[in-house]
Design a protein around this ligand. Structure first.
Ligand SMILES: [Fe+2]
Length: 148
């Protein structure tokens, strides 16, 4: 599912922008599932969002590593903390279904985190990517061995 990404969150990096749009769309779908009050549906929507986020953060990690983005350790840690929060949210849904706490997470905390992360952290990654080419991996740089 693709969602519209607010203009101020556009990074001018087509892949990251598309993935961010998808994440916002999946988050809206999870909020819509909340409104249905069906726990299984809500868990499935949350799982789709989490899966897309895992794919996305793995792609960002790869880009940061390949371009030697200086702050990649801290950035990766922010992803991990967010994923841990999402796991807590999943447990909350499993235990209580569509509770007011889950409502607050889906409509406020998670979208706010996502907006903040894109605007502050991912913007720096995109700026770095625009000026730094990916460095070849060590394996690729290693000269070919001659047969002895
Ligand atoms: Fe990120």
């Amino acid at each position: 599912m693709s969602g519209a990404i607010p203009k101020e969150l556009r990074l001018d990096h087509p892949d990251l922008d598309r993935q961010h749009g998808e994440l916002f769309g999946l988050l809206e779908a999870a909020a819509a599932a909340f409104d249905l009050g069906d726990r299984a549906e809500l868990l499935a929507a949350l799982a789709r969002f989490t899966e897309a986020l895992l794919t996305h953060t793995a792609e960002e990690d790869r880009l940061m590593e390949a371009s030697l983005f200086p702050d990649r350790g801290r950035h990766r840690q922010a992803h991990e903390l967010f994923l841990a929060d999402l796991e807590r949210l999943r447990l909350e849904v499993e235990a209580g279904g569509a509770t007011p706490v889950v409502d607050e997470w889906l409509r406020l905390r998670v979208p706010e985190w996502l907006r903040f992360h894109v605007a502050v952290n991912d913007t720096k990654v995109a700026q770095h990517l625009a000026t730094h080419r990916a460095t070849p991996s060590r394996a690729a740089r290693r000269p070919a061995r001659r047969p002895s």
